[in-house]
Design a protein around this ligand. Structure first.
Ligand SMILES: Nc1ncnc2c1ncn2[C@@H]1O[C@H](COP(=O)(O)OP(=O)(O)O)[C@@H](O)[C@H]1O
Ligand SMILES: [Mg+2]
Length: 419
């Protein structure tokens, strides 16, 4: 069920990501609005204070005189400061907390000092209360320490809330995942079981047909020539069908690890035997079969099934390579991995089909004209077996140039020392 585990993990992770994005977006939006409102409120408070202070201002004998009296203590308590500037921006008077180092700028109504200590300042023009002439500027500022503390608390709150929400989300997602996946997994299991049962049931009637045809063909006396040809066609079709049902049965069962033998075996020997078997076929097609197989390629696995993998690859290479082509089989060890490549100079595979070729019953359109009898199960079986051995099978190919199939299998650790 490794595929299902992968799907489950993928669903879980994407759920988590979506959840995290939603929470972050939500918290970000709330924080943004909250901070903006808080700033606006502060600006309004400082403006009101400044307007009150500048209300009765006058120019007396060239000196700026604010009518309003401020309690220094009150200003200090609220961590505020009042500064009076003349028209040229010179500081005339200062009351309250002396914290701001902001340069005077009559154009900027609201200023923020971000480096410590943080301060927000509002600058207002002062008009003479008698003739309404501009006589100076008043800057009211307040320390943002309290403000920043509030924001920090908000951030902690959001952080903690997001963590709790994410944890709850994880639990919920896992639960939902199980609710959704379980019926799917079960129905796929049933489908596999059905394929296995059906292929199993098909075995015996196919066996009956095949045995009877064989018997009939063994004694063809008294049979018309045309009948003999028909029987031969039946025998060949039955053969193909038996192979197909065997393949389907194997594929339906590959998830069942118990089916696999786990024995120590030498891939070098297995490959050498196979190459020996296919040399005749290659020669008949005038294909050069080159090999470079290192010795002592030991691994733990199922000999019959691994033979099946490489038979499929070599057969494909022979089938999809034109006369006069080359096939190379390399096998060696890279660290803890055994690598076998089967390279041909055959018809090649379109790039868009490179993923498809490992699917069950998929056959290339062009391949059909080369090999009529194929079932499209060969590579699906090869991949299932390789994966069951903890390995991977990959392919690279170019149309008209050739294909290269690579099988990587985990080697046994001690194989270098053992003989
Ligand atoms: N060596 C190869 N060169 C070109 N095409 C290949 C090769 N091996 C496999 N293919 C393509 O992959 C398809 C699937 O292969 P396989 O599963 O062995 O099924 P089959 O050989 O029965 O068609 C083939 O039909 C063919 O199109
Ligand atoms: Mg094949």
């Amino acid at each position: 069920m490794t595929d299902f585990k992968k799907i489950r993990t993928r669903i879980f992770l994407s759920n988590l990501l979506a959840f995290a994005i939603v929470i972050t977006g939500f918290a970000g939006a709330v924080r943004f609005v909250f901070v903006r409102n808080l700033r606006q409120q502060l600006t309004e408070r400082l403006t009101a204070l400044g307007q009150g202070a500048a209300a009765g201002a006058e120019l007396e004998e060239g000196e700026l005189d604010l009518e309003a009296e401020f309690q220094e203590r009150e200003l200090l308590e609220r961590r505020q400061a009042l500064q009076v500037f003349d028209l040229r921006g010179h500081l005339l008077e200062q009351q309250g907390e002396d914290t701001t180092t902001l340069p005077f700028d009559s154009e900027l109504t609201v200023q923020i000092q971000s480096q410590a200590p943080p301060v927000q300042a509002v600058t207002l023009p002062i008009f003479d209360s008698d003739n309404r002439q501009l006589i100076g500027y008043l800057r009211v500022s307040q320390s943002l320490k309290q403000f920043e503390r509030t924001i920090r608390q908000l951030d902690y709150g959001f952080g903690f809330g997001a963590l709790v929400a994410l944890l709850l989300g994880c639990t919920g997602s896992t639960w939902l995942n199980r609710q959704v996946m379980q019926p799917i997994e079960e129905s796929i299991k049933r489908l596999k079981q059905f394929t296995a049962d059906a292929s199993h049931e098909l075995r015996s009637p196919l066996m009956v047909i095949s045995t009877n045809t064989e018997v009939a063909l063994t004694y063809p006396q008294g049979m018309r020539t045309s009948d003999e040809e028909k029987f031969q066609a039946i025998a060949s079709a039955t053969n193909q069908m038996s192979q197909l049902t065997e393949d389907l049965l194997l594929l339906a069962r590959t998830d069942n690890i118990a089916d696999f033998e786990r024995k120590r075996l030498d891939l070098s020997v297995l490959l050498a035997d196979l190459v020996h078997l296919y040399r005749v076929q290659a020669r008949a097609k005038q294909i050069e079969l080159k090999t470079e197989i290192a010795s002592n390629l030991e691994l733990i696995g199922d000999e019959a099934k691994l033979t099946r993998v490489f038979t499929n690859l070599i057969q494909n290479a022979l089938q999809y390579t034109l006369e006069g082509g080359n096939i190379e089989i390399f096998a060696n060890r890279h660290g803890r991995e055994l690598r076998v490549t089967v390279t041909d100079t055959g018809i090649g595979i379109e790039r868009e089909y490179l993923d498809k070729i490992f699917e069950r019953l998929w056959r290339g359109d062009r391949s059909r004209s080369y090999v009529r009898a194929g079932s499209g199960l060969g590579l699906a079986i090869a991949r299932a077996i390789v994966q069951n051995h903890g390995g991977v099978i990959t392919v690279t190919s170019q149309i008209g140039v050739g294909s290269c199939f690579q099988v990587c299998l985990p080697a046994t650790h001690t194989s270098v020392n053992s003989t």
